[in-house]
Design a protein around this ligand. Structure first.
Ligand code: FUB
Length: 340
C-alpha cells in the first residue's frame, strides 16, 4: 500500500520511480548519449564501451571504444531499436583509436555524425561522417575537421538555422595541452598546482560552415561566470568545466551544461547568446555510479528529458549504460537538481 501510494505521489509530480529508470540498452555497453529528435522519432548517438583490459588511469586509457551504434525510440519508454554499426574506426582514414563521445546534426537532407578520436600521433581530433539516414551507416571524411582538437563535440542548431560546435575536455581529453595555442604534450591533467586561482580552462565554440564539415571561424572560449560576473577559477572543481558540453534553448535563453569531471556533477549555466558568456546556475544531477557523468537535454512532445549514463549493469567505470529521465524546472526555468 505504501509503495502504491508513493508511486501515485511520484506520478502526480511527474517524477519517475527508480523502477521506471532502466538502462535503455542491455546487450552492449553504451555511454555519453547525445539525443536528437529527427522526423518525429528520438535518435540516440552514444559511445559504445568495450572491455579492452587496459588499466584505469587519469587519461582515460581504459576507454578504448572502436565504433558507434545508433538507437531510436518512437516514444519515451518505448521499444529501443539498435540500427547496427554506424561507423567503425577502421573506416576512418585519419583515426587510430578511442572513439569517444559523439553527437549528430541534420542540415539540408544530410545527417552528420561528429566524433572525437586519437589520430596516429595520439592527438585527439574531431571527425565528421555523413549519411542520408539519421540511423547511418555514416561515411567519414578523410581528414578531421581543420583546427579541431580535444573531445566531446556537441552541435547546437539555433532557431535561426545557424549551427555551433562546442567541444573540449581536460585531463585525458587534452584540452589543457592547447592552452598556449599550440599542442604541448607535457600538460597532462589540467593547468596544474599553483594555477588554482587562475580562470579555469574553457570549453570552445565555433559556428559551423554552411556544409557542416568545417568551422566558419576560429574556436573561441566559452566563458562561465560566477554570480558576481567573475570567471570560474581552475581550483573551483565542483563548478568549473571539465568535459561533456551540451547547449539547449528554453524560453529564449541558452543553457550551457557540462560535467565537472573529478567532482562528478552535471552543472549548467545560462546566457543570452550561443557564444556565452554563461552565468553558473546550479547542479542538474548529483554523481551517478561510475567516475564519468555525461548527458544531453532534449525536448520531445512538450517535455524535456535528460539522457545520461551510469555503470549500473557492470559496476565498472568504463562499461556504462545509457538512461533517460524527465527534467523538471521551476517557473523561472531553473533546472531542479536530480539525485539519481
Ligand atoms: O566516453 C569517454 C569519455 O568519458 C567521454 O568523452 C567523456 O565525456 C566521458 O564520459
Amino acid at each position: 500500500l505504501i509503495f502504491v501510494f508513493a508511486a501515485g505521489i511520484g506520478s502526480v509530480y511527474g517524477q519517475q520511480t527508480p523502477s521506471q529508470i532502466q538502462p535503455l540498452v542491455k546487450d552492449l555497453y553504451t555511454a555519453d548519449p547525445s539525443a536528437h529528435v529527427f522526423n518525429g522519432k528520438i535518435y540516440i548517438y552514444p559511445s559504445h564501451d568495450v572491455e579492452a583490459d587496459v588499466p584505469q588511469d587519469d587519461e582515460g586509457g581504459h576507454f578504448q571504444m572502436r565504433d558507434y551504434h545508433v538507437y531510436s525510440m518512437d516514444k519515451i519508454g518505448g521499444k529501443v531499436t539498435d540500427h547496427g554499426m554506424a561507423l567503425d574506426v577502421k573506416d576512418v582514414p585519419w583515426a587510430e583509436k578511442q572513439m569517444w563521445a559523439p553527437d549528430a546534426a541534420y542540415k539540408n537532407g544530410t545527417y552528420y555524425l561528429y566524433f572525437p578520436a586519437k589520430d596516429k600521433d595520439g592527438v585527439f581530433r574531431i571527425g565528421v561522417a555523413t549519411s542520408k539516414s539519421p540511423a547511418g551507416p555514416f561515411k567519414a571524411e578523410d581528414k578531421p575537421i581543420p583546427g579541431s582538437y580535444s573531445i566531446d563535440p556537441a552541435v547546437f542548431t539555433d532557431t535561426d538555422g545557424k549551427s555551433y560546435m562546442y567541444l573540449g575536455g581536460i585531463w585525458g581529453g587534452q584540452l589543457q595541452r592547447w592552452h598556449t595555442g599550440t599542442y604541448d604534450k607535457t600538460l597532462m591533467m589540467d593547468l596544474g598546482k599553483g594555477h588554482e586561482n587562475e580562470p579555469a580552462l574553457s570549453a570552445k565554440v565555433a559556428r559551423m560552415s554552411g556544409d557542416m564539415l568545417t568551422f566558419d571561424e576560429p574556436l573561441r572560449d566559452v566563458q562561465i561566470l560566477d554570480e558576481n560576473g567573475n570567471p570560474l577559477l581552475a581550483g573551483d572543481n565542483s563548478r568549473r568545466f571539465f568535459e561533456g558540453a551540451w547547449v539547449h534553448k528554453y524560453n529564449g535563453k541558452y543553457y550551457f551544461s557540462y560535467s565537472t569531471g573529478d567532482t562528478h556533477l552535471l552543472c549548467y549555466a545560462e546566457g543570452s547568446s550561443p557564444y556565452g558568456p554563461f552565468t553558473y546556475k546550479g547542479v542538474i544531477m548529483n554523481p551517478v555510479e561510475g567516475w564519468t557523468t555525461h548527458h544531453s537535454i532534449v525536448e520531445f512532445k512538450g517535455k524535456w528529458y535528460l539522457y545520461y549514463h551510469d555503470s549500473e549493469l557492470s559496476g565498472k567505470t568504463h562499461l556504462r549504460n545509457v538512461k533517460v529521465r524527465e527534467l523538471q524546472r521551476d517557473e523561472k526555468g531553473s533546472i531542479k537538481t536530480i539525485t539519481p
